[in-house]
Write a protein of this length. Structure first.
Length: 97
């Protein structure tokens, strides 16, 4: 888990490291790039729905990625969605949860 105020830094050939990001200056272009990413994602998903004659299937995991893809797909056609909830046991460290 990455604690608040830190980012996980990955570099080729190096072990992941935590980096303090509390002093990072905001990037003015971030909003512009976020808008462009949203437009590109919307166009890509809806293109694929139209290529499938407007009917697609989706397995929803309950996370943001699959939910976003389904919502964008539904704007372009019919979505047959399946959801599944199952208990998941995760052991983070020996003897603990």
């Amino acid at each position: 888990m990455v604690p608040d105020g830190f980012g996980l830094l990955h570099a080729p050939g190096a072990a992941p490291q935590l980096g303090d990001v509390t002093g990072a200056d905001p990037v003015d272009e971030l909003h512009e790039h976020a808008v462009r990413f949203g437009q590109a994602l919307t166009e890509a998903v809806q293109h694929r729905v139209r290529a499938a004659d407007g009917v697609v299937g989706a397995d929803l995991s309950g996370g943001l990625d699959s939910s976003t893809a389904v919502m964008l797909s539904a704007d372009a056609g019919a979505v047959h969605a399946v959801t599944c909830t199952a208990p998941v046991l995760v052991r983070l460290r020996p003897g603990g949860a």
